[in-house]
Design a binder for this molecule. Structure first.
Ligand SMILES: [Mg+2]
Length: 417
């Protein structure tokens, strides 16, 4: 074997030939394109080529759960109110979604993933990370495998996805979004300058509008500028997140070893929604709490966190706002626990008398999730990896399965009005 120094030289040389050292990782991020809308178009051919909105009912008060690319062209986005969406695209075909169908097809995609690698980390119903490092000897192998995976999903499920191929999860996720729909995009270390650096800093997960403004304020607009900015300047303006983001911009892996430290300054995660029309419809309010809980939990999972405290913020028509919270007996990362807890905090008596204009769900008392799928994805033993994958699938099943709390909630979303 080569001494360490020599081996480093070999690896750099090898990467120019698109070769991979055994220790290099190859990660795919697979993202179904406009998943719910695509499923509707696949099942109902008369919807193909048309703007489709999933998740509204007969009235306009619900939330857009998903929309087809044809609807996106009009500016429609998921999360938008039905009223706004139909104003932008009055001719959109409005479809009642079926969470059972989406869950079923999501599981089918996962079966395909499982045929390619045992290391699958579902990130949501329509997204997953696959570690295919073990099967690769060179970059072109990785692209061939990604391409075969796309073809297999199309053949078995008749759905189209976009795949990002890179050396860590952050870069894989960024690249899967670059050529949607039906994309296959690599982002290898030698491509960072060309593909990653020209992108806006907001493309990095965790850099939201506030951080973007802060960075723009110091002249950092592109990821390349972030990569090259002096760390002292970044620290002054971003605090402890500076190193984390700079590492991502330089293509360094932050998903495993450094991740906990990097994110441990996160004190809470929250999502809120203001309604277009104030509401005292309990079922509708529950469906919004479910939607918010789901968003909060998926962010928690991405950061590798568990929560011990759930709080619910309620603003009434007269703008008075109350916040109630509840501590859990043990830390959780389960969406149903967060949802049930938040739901139990809704002040029913007052809602019977007054309408609500805003709801927010927040989780605090975050701790490091040493054994969550996120953290153990790259664990060493095969059985550990399989348990991780099974747990994650189970999560989705519980979340969207037949007896779950979600079904009633999602139906209400669809019918809300
Ligand atoms: Mg998607």
């Amino acid at each position: 074997m080569f001494p360490t120094g020599k081996r480093g030289t070999m690896r750099r040389g090898a990467s120019l030939d698109h070769g991979l050292a055994p220790s290099d990782r190859v990660i795919l991020h697979v993202d179904m394109d406009a998943f719910y809308a695509q499923v509707e178009q696949m099942l109902k051919p008369d919807l193909r080529g048309k703007p489709v909105i999933v998740g509204l009912g007969r009235s306009r008060r619900g939330v857009v759960t998903a929309c087809s690319y044809e609807a996106k062209a009009f500016g429609v986005k998921s999360g938008m109110s039905g009223y706004e969406a139909l104003k932008l695209c009055p001719r959109a075909e409005v479809v009642r979604g079926s969470m059972d169908t989406y869950t079923y097809l999501s599981e089918k995609t996962r079966e395909v993933f499982g045929d390619f690698t045992p290391i699958v980390e579902p990130a949501s119903i329509d997204e997953a990370y696959l570690d295919i490092s073990g099967c690769m000897t060179c970059y072109s192998d990785a692209v061939a495998l990604a391409s075969a995976l796309k073809a297999e999903i199309k053949r078995r499920i008749a759905l189209v996805c976009s795949v990002g191929v890179s050396v860590n999860k952050h870069l894989a996720k960024i690249s899967s979004a670059l050529e949607k729909p039906d994309g296959l995009t690599t982002m290898w270390p030698h491509e960072l300058r060309e593909k990653l650096w020209p992108l806006a800093v907001s493309k990095i997960y965790g850099i939201g509008p506030v951080t973007t403004r802060t960075l723009n304020g110091i002249g950092v607009f592109k990821i390349g500028e972030l990569a090259e900015a002096p760390i002292s300047l970044l620290k002054r303006h971003l605090g402890s997140g500076a190193e984390h983001f700079k590492r991502i911009a330089n293509g360094e892996n932050v998903s495993s070893v450094h991740r906990h430290e990097d994110l441990s300054d996160e004190k809470s995660i929250s999502h809120a929604r203001t309604f277009n029309y104030d509401s005292d419809d309990i079922e509708y309010l529950h469906s919004v709490i479910l939607h918010l809980s789901d968003k909060v939990v998926s962010r928690m999972k991405k950061g590798g966190f568990l929560t011990r405290t759930v709080s619910l913020r309620v603003r009434f028509s007269d703008f008075t706002t109350i916040t109630r919270d509840k501590s859990l007996q043990k830390p959780t990362e389960k969406v149903e626990t967060v949802y049930e807890t938040a739901r139990s905090l809704l002040p029913l008596r007052r809602v019977n008398r007054e309408k609500v204009r805003l709801l927010g769900v927040k989780v605090t008392s975050l701790s490091r999730a040493e054994s969550t799928p996120q953290m153990t994805l790259f664990g060493d033993t095969r059985s550990e990896r399989q348990i991780v994958a099974a747990n994650a699938v189970e999560d989705i099943r519980r979340k969207f399965g037949k007896e779950s709390i979600v079904r009633a909630g999602s139906l209400k979303f669809i019918e809300s009005g």
